[in-house]
Ligand binder design. Structure first.
Ligand code: AMP
Ligand code: MG
Length: 350
């Protein structure tokens, strides 16, 4: 794809989206072009999910490995039935409680779903987003929209239109700028084709929330990202991901001890390198000469700001980032999944 394409930026108020702009973006989707758009999780890079050539453009623009399937975004339950077959009751239960919202369900695909979307798998990942702009785009495109996160493959996801531009200026037809995304982490991916529903990727909807309606929900080992484990079922869990250019060292263990260790290591390294320290979930907020320190306390705020922080530290030319881990309760599981997968080194303290 030529790098010289003009990327149209449409500024749209997420509270009162101008229909003319949405329709213009929907036209690009209908013509087989790529449109980046805000969702409640992160920005998505969308194409007509039923147009194989359009879907290929997503892989090309992102540099995404062809074996990593893409989530299909829908507007209605009718579309769900058009894309998936043998839909279990559990899917309707979850849809009732969590759609529209940050939950992606893996189901058996119908023949109309191109192989490029599912990376040759017989299953398809489907989500109904709640963000007004995303919903309107799905509605006016009159097609399901295949959309992975709008970042170059392996890089931190995009939580603002500025991040999308950094990665895709001149490479895609259109960006809808709807401001910062709210959750900041991607959707929860749950596989409903197995005997027991299993979370493959933790995200915006927590395991605890899901278990209120489906007590049998399991969390797959890959969702913890404890080891560099991968499974054929969800190839997206395979590679280092969400990674900043800087080296990220993650210190896990009892919180205050982990913060203290991260601080100690940051001080040592700052003698020779440009260093940043991320302090998560702690009241401690230290100012250290020569080190960029960012402290975020509440879990929801960590989720919301994590990718933006990693991108910001890259633009500042930081070489090493030290961060402490947090507990895996609630949205903590999704945060730890992203931190572990973004890290180049993990240290445990006890
Ligand atoms: P992304 O949209 O880039 O944030 O990533 C989408 C995630 O959904 C990746 O982890 C994919 O591996 C996963 N995914 C998409 N389709 C499927 C599928 N059919 N089966 C299992 N995982 C999937
Ligand atoms: Mg992604």
């Amino acid at each position: 794809m030529a790098d010289t394409m003009k990327t149209l930026i449409l500024k749209v108020d997420p509270k009162r989206p101008a229909l003319a702009a949405i329709k213009k973006a929907a036209e690009f989707i209908k013509k087989g072009e790529l449109v980046a758009f805000p969702t409640e999780t992160v920005y998505g890079l969308g194409a007509d999910a039923l147009n194989e050539d359009a879907v290929r453009k997503i892989f090309e623009a992102k540099g995404r490995p062809l074996d990593n399937p893409i989530i299909v975004h829908i507007y209605s339950i009718e579309q769900l039935k058009e894309l998936a077959r043998k839909i279990p009751k559990s899917a309707f239960i979850l849809a009732k409680h969590f759609w529209p919202g940050p939950l992606t369900m893996i189901l058996h695909k119908r023949a109309c779903v191109p192989k490029a979307v599912t990376a040759n798998l017989e299953t398809v990942a489907i989500r109904m987003p709640s963000h007004r702009i995303a919903r309107l785009l799905c509605k006016h495109a009159e097609k399901p929209i295949a959309a992975p996160s709008a970042n170059l493959s392996g890089k931190p996801s995009a939580s603002s239109a500025k991040h999308v531009l950094e990665d895709f200026k001149g490479k895609i037809a259109c960006i809808i700028d709807g401001g910062n995304t709210n959750i900041g982490l991607e959707s929860t991916v749950i596989d409903l084709t197995a005997k027991r529903p299993v979370i493959l990727r933790p995200g915006g909807i927590t395991a605890e929330q899901l278990r209120k309606f489906l007590p049998e929900v399991k969390v797959h080992a890959v969702a913890r990202a404890e080891k560099k484990a991968s499974i054929a079922k969800s190839p997206g869990t395979k590679n280092r991901h969400y990674a900043p250019k800087a080296k990220l060292v993650l210190v896990e263990g009892p919180k205050e001890k982990a913060v203290a260790k991260a601080l100690e290591l940051a001080k040592q390294q700052s003698k020779t390198k440009k260093v940043a320290l991320l302090i998560f979930g702690s009241k401690r907020n230290v100012g250290v000469k020569g080190i960029i320190v960012k402290a975020v306390q509440k879990k929801r705020d960590i989720g919301k700001r994590l990718f933006a922080l990693l991108r910001e530290l890259d633009t500042k030319g930081v070489e090493i980032i030290f961060a402490n881990g947090i507990d895996e309760k609630g949205i903590g599981l999704a945060i730890m999944n992203r931190l572990r997968r973004a890290s180049s080194k993990r240290i445990k303290v006890s």
